[in-house]
Design a protein. Structure first.
Length: 389
């Protein structure tokens, strides 16, 4: 039986649909009936009771989990407020954990992913919109650099930057969050992390980098995602088709482009495992340069498919060793690329990629190929401008 829900014409909200993911602990043994009841009760507890919804179960990661899709528009055309989603969700998950005797969330994480939605400056209270989403993303996703955190936040019209300075003769580091429009342009005033809460500040994000690195390595997430993404890439005819196929599998990709439309960065977000990885961390076929060749060069797809066949012969250990280091890149570089792309060959301390080089980890904070391309572009611009008179 099919059920249709007509959104009233007088509704003005730009985000009428809400997507929620409920993720019980892997050791929790729940029947389909239990999961159905938990999904319904959670939806009611966060203010969506009585709204039409659909629930479907996934088993493609190390635990059963549920996805809920519902409507945030009532029959009278009014939108359900999302201003207190974070607190409602936290309270609801604690109550459900207790009622169904579930494992409590690890490291303060809830068993759910808060219903995230894009920040819309026209709706007002931008600070609260940013705070709700940033808190959920910072504590809910696994990322190893500020660039990877920026990529997932960009899906929800939020940007994050590093701030540095001196206060009382001491150097300080901080983070600033800003709302953006759908094109990534900042709108309104930025908000210091200290105005949102310590859970999204410099130290908290730095700790998250280290914890995420271990989690991603222990779970073999880089290899797992690579095996999911490569077949999707091989079947894709263009960038938009690739994005659509990824979204159908619960993933997103954020590309970064030069002024001339060339891909110089690619970050993948898997919403089921809540992992964010630059393509070069997984394999050379998913690096920015390889994707640029695949989509924009005449023989790119043929070369990438051949590379995938070769790469599949490598052992999992070899792939993990090279895929997480952000080092080796695909062949066929353009003239701007250097012969070596090892992270030790680059000085990241002077990067002006708005905080890409924020924290020091064993993995480089930027993709070496991206950094080299940025430097090449800077040198090229200086030559065009010529000497000052």
């Amino acid at each position: 039986m099919f059920c249709f829900y007509i959104i009233p014409d007088r509704c003005r909200t730009e985000n009428p649909v809400v997507h929620i993911s409920l993720n019980p602990h892997p050791d929790d043994r729940l029947t389909d009936t239990d999961m159905e009841n938990i999904a319904r009760e959670y939806k009611e507890k966060i203010g969506f009771g009585g709204q039409p919804y659909m629930v479907y179960k996934h088993e493609d990661i190390d635990r059963h989990h549920m996805h809920i899709v519902t409507i945030r528009v009532k029959e009278d055309g009014k939108a359900i407020s999302s201003s207190s989603n974070f607190y409602q969700s936290k309270r609801a998950t604690r109550e459900l954990e207790k009622k169904y005797n579930l494992h409590t969330a690890e490291r303060g994480q809830a068993i759910s992913e808060i219903p995230l939605r894009k920040v819309n400056a026209s709706e007002g209270d931008v600070k609260k919109q940013i705070a709700n989403t940033v808190k959920a993303v910072v504590r809910g996703y696994h990322y190893q650099t500020l660039g990877e955190l920026r990529a997932v936040l960009s899906l929800y019209n939020i940007d994050v930057e590093e701030t540095r300075g001196m206060a009382r003769n001491r150097e300080y580091h901080g983070l600033v969050y800003s709302a953006t429009d759908d094109n990534g342009n900042k709108v309104g005033n930025p908000f210091k992390a200290s105005k949102i809460g310590p859970s999204v500040g410099y130290e908290a994000v730095q700790k998250r980098f280290a914890w995420s690195k271990k989690h991603i390595a222990d779970k073999g997430i880089a290899v797992s995602l690579k095996e999911k993404i490569l077949p999707i890439l091989a079947a894709s005819s263009n960038v938009e088709n690739f994005k659509g196929r990824l979204q159908a599998q619960g993933m997103d990709v954020v590309f970064r482009y030069t002024d001339t439309g060339r891909i110089y960065g690619a970050t993948f977000i898997d919403h089921d495992s809540r992992s964010v990885l630059n393509g070069s961390r997984m394999c050379k076929e998913l690096s920015a340069n390889a994707l640029e060749q695949f989509f924009n060069s005449p023989h790119g797809q043929e070369q990438t498919q051949q590379g995938q066949t070769t790469d599949q012969r490598q052992s999992t250990q070899e792939v993990a060793g090279h895929g997480t280091g952000g080092g080796q890149q695909s062949s066929g570089y353009d003239h701007w690329q250097s012969q070596s792309t090892r992270s030790s060959d680059y000085d990241h301390s002077h990067s002006d990629f708005d905080g890409f080089g924020l924290f020091t980890t064993d993995n480089p904070a930027v993709d070496p190929a991206e950094e080299e391309f940025r430097r090449w572009m800077q040198r090229k611009k200086k030559k065009r401008r010529g000497p000052k008179l």
